[in-house]
Design a protein around this ligand. Structure first.
Ligand SMILES: Nc1ncnc2c1ncn2[C@@H]1O[C@H](COP(=O)(O)OP(=O)(O)OP(=O)(O)O)[C@@H](O)[C@H]1O
Ligand SMILES: [Mg+2]
Length: 369
């Protein structure tokens, strides 16, 4: 988190545009990152994440816009400014491990300090410190090729942070690791970033990775920003159907707003195969009476009950139950719509059973389609 004023917008990307031939890979995006924060660019393949990262690193010349870090302008075509990549003082970690196979771990990590011509004793001290931080002290004299995938990524991270750069850039660094290691490394990497406090931009298409690691998430599609916010905001208040669909699992239904209060709540009408139901819900930005909307409800916020509740409910039939230990993943049919519902194992829902679905207004959100 930023500590001093002026640190709130330590990194500023303004109106960034990058073309590849006829393809507008990045379409005028703007964002700022406070000093020391961890920002994630999240989105599907081809949405422009890597292009944005490479533009910050100076590995792409941008068509227009401006990128500034602290009081240094990295690039601004309109002002004729372009700082070469080696002068940007950036540490990078990629998907491919990119550590040099003919060098030991310690030599790999020492390299950025050697080009900065630090004195040998200081280099040795700092390499030892950073290897300890990433848990590779015992591997210092091993060749990079003798390391496992996870250890190679730790070595890459050590090399990226050892010179204490202004920025750290990560491009899907965990995607070559198996699931278990990936989950463990998320937490580890975030801990290390926290400890060194270097402002970081992290690229991934894995939404759970983004939710776990980030201070702030930018959800991208087709070269532009759909929404930015902290993980809780992105998960619980997506501003449109695209974001709710992309983040986590949600039931998404077409709806019409029939009542809009000024407290952020209202009523929507759903209609599926002639079955019409009116439900209370939260209203996203821009929703007013008559708006076409997408109603988004997370599976953990749908309550399936055997007795018909007093308030509005939806009658459905249990089509599938998958026991997952602490909860049961159910599919419940309502006409042609299948609700995804997470039920408690104690509810003992069975396939073929008729149930009533009940909802809480505060956990239903109507957003722009
Ligand atoms: N060097 C290049 N030459 C031509 N087109 C490119 C180049 N790099 C990227 N593109 C195009 O720009 C768009 C954005 O690509 P980018 O690599 O930034 O996506 P991404 O979000 O990182 O995707 P992924 O998750 O697959 O890595 C895509 O349409 C891609 O085809
Ligand atoms: Mg990419």
């Amino acid at each position: 988190m930023a500590e001093m004023t002026g640190d709130r917008d330590y990194l500023e990307v303004r109106d960034l545009v990058k073309w590849f031939g006829d393809d507008r890979a990045v379409d005028g995006i703007s964002f700022t990152v406070p000093r020391g924060d961890f920002l994630t660019l999240l989105g599907p393949s081809g949405c422009g994440k890597t292009t944005t990262l490479m533009s910050i690193a100076g590995l792409h010349a941008i068509d227009s816009g401006r990128i500034r870090v602290g009081d240094v302008v990295y690039t601004s075509p309109a002002e004729g400014l372009f700082l070469p990549p080696e002068k940007r003082d950036i540490g990078m970690v990629f998907q491919s491990y990119a550590i040099w196979p003919h060098m030991t771990v310690a030599q790999n990590v020492a390299y950025p300090l050697e080009i900065r011509k630090l004195a040998r004793p200081e280099i040795d001290d700092r390499v030892a410190d950073v290897l300890e931080l990433v848990g590779l002290t015992d591997m210092a004299d091993k060749l990079a090729t003798q390391l496992s995938g996870g250890q190679q990524q730790r070595a890459s991270l050590a090399r990226a942070i050892v010179a204490r750069p202004r920025l750290l850039l990560f491009d899907e660094p965990l995607s070559n690791l198996d699931l278990k290691l990936r989950e463990q490394m998320r937490v580890e990497l975030k801990r290390i970033q926290n400890e060194v406090g270097i402002t970081s931009i992290y690229v991934t298409h894995d939404q759970s990775e983004a939710l776990v690691m980030s201070d702030e998430i930018i959800v991208m599609s087709k070269g532009h920003i759909e929404q930015s916010g902290n993980p809780v905001q992105i998960y619980s208040s997506p501003t449109n159907g695209y974001v709710s669909n992309f983040i986590g699992v949600a039931n998404l239904l077409k709806a019409t707003v029939i009542e809009a209060g000024d407290d952020g709540f209202g009523k929507v009408e759903l209609s599926v195969d002639g079955r019409i139901v009116t439900l209370d819900c939260r209203l996203g930005r821009g929703m007013e009476r008559g708006s076409k909307a997408i109603l988004s409800v997370r599976p953990e916020n749908v309550h399936a009950e055997r007795e018909q509740p007093d308030g509005p409910s939806v009658a459905g039939e249990v089509m599938q139950t998958i026991f997952l230990g602490s909860y049961v993943d159910c599919r419940i049919r309502w006409g042609s719509f299948e609700w995804k519902v997470l039920a408690h194992p104690r509810a003992r829902l069975r396939r073929g059973e008729k149930v009533f679905l009940r909802f809480d207004a505060e956990h239903m959100l109507a957003v722009r389609p």
